[in-house]
Design a protein around this ligand. Structure first.
Ligand code: FES
Length: 333
């Protein structure tokens, strides 16, 4: 069976017909990823040596990437021993993915097309996650959709065992129809998670910049809740949030963290009557503020278009590419 070696000298074996991402995970190693379907590009890696074969279509790669030897680890298997230029994500590897029953604990509209759902997990579960990760919710008919967890782990509070989700209505979306038309308190569902590798990284940079569009604010809220409870990582950093929406009702949340000093910038992408705030795209608004990108870490969550544009733009303005972390929302009906 082929052996895969990573840049930090860790190794795992990869059975035929198993993606590199899945093979690593079954052996306790987590590689950076988000969608697992070839669409977001977060799992892009360079093959230094050896042969791989595609199992799924690598939608997020362009010709230049392929010619330069890049692959998507969620789409490819190894044919012979290979070496990749990426490292595993350490502590994420110790968190187990579980499938658990859950019930709707409460529901509330945050905006005309955004629902806040709290899911209640069984008592005495040992579900663990890092702020920023997501879960798959599985409905009775087997339909499964991914949602970021919007709260951090709350122990010994009324939120213990509860996962907060922000769910946007999708036109003719099968799962969306369930949430917006049928769901009620105590409905029984299943969830599988935690998934994804979007989480906080301890870095020496002075500026922490969060970019979000739409419900991409959810995992950022979770990360900020965590930081608010554990200030050692953020003192004395400058924290910025740039959150973009199309209408004023898209800006359905305000940061109120007693221990964090946050510069919050809501931005609408189009003109709206009565809106006195900023207008444009989050990445452009951030650049206009002249933050020193050579001393920054950026976390971006939301549309894949925003993420790709922001990444290229910010790197061209001095951000080190290893200081850009993202979670792209790819929509499904
Ligand atoms: S393209 Fe592989 S995780 Fe998204």
């Amino acid at each position: 069976m082929p052996t895969v070696s990573l840049a930090n000298a860790k190794q795992f074996s990869c059975p035929a017909e198993c993606t590199l991402l899945d093979a690593a995970r079954t052996q306790g190693l987590v590689l950076e990823h988000s969608c697992r379907t070839g669409r977001c590009g977060v799992c892009k890696a360079k093959v230094i040596h050896g042969q791989t074969q595609p199992i799924k279509f690598e939608e997020a790669l362009n010709n230049e990437d392929m010619q330069a030897g890049y692959i998507l680890t969620c789409c490819r298997a190894a044919i012979d021993d290979i070496e990749l230029d990426i490292e595993d994500l350490g502590r994420l590897g110790s968190i187990k993915i579980q499938t658990l029953p859950c019930k709707i604990d409460s529901m509330m509209k945050l905006a005309p097309d955004v629902l806040q759902i709290f899911l209640r997990l069984p008592p005495n579960n040992n579900f663990e996650y890092l702020a920023g990760q997501y879960i798959d919710v599985i409905a009775k008919n087997g339909v499964r959709r991914s949602y970021s967890i919007a709260n951090s782990i709350h122990e010994n509070t009324s939120l213990q065992n509860k996962l907060e989700l922000h769910i946007r209505e999708v036109n003719e979306g099968i799962m969306s129809d369930y949430w917006f038309k049928e769901a009620k308190d105590n409905d029984l569902l299943r969830m599988e998670g935690p998934q994804g590798t979007f989480c906080f990284h301890e870095k020496p940079a002075r500026n922490l910049i969060f970019l979000a569009t739409g419900t991409g604010i959810a995992p950022i809220k979770s990360i900020l809740e965590d930081l608010n409870n554990d200030q050692q990582y953020v003192d004395p950093k400058n924290i910025y949030i740039y959150w973009g929406g199309r209408t004023p009702s898209d800006i359905y949340w305000q940061p109120t963290f007693a221990n964090l000093n946050i510069n919050f910038q809501p931005i609408l992408s189009r003109a709206s009557e009565g809106w006195k705030g900023r207008q444009g795209y989050v990445q452009n608004a951030m650049l206009a503020d002249n933050i020193d990108l050579t001393d920054s870490v950026v976390y971006a969550c939301g549309s894949d278009k925003m993420i790709h544009t922001a990444k290229n733009l910010l790197i061209s303005h001095g951000l080190n590419s290893i200081n850009f972390f993202s979670d792209a929302f790819v929509s499904s009906n």
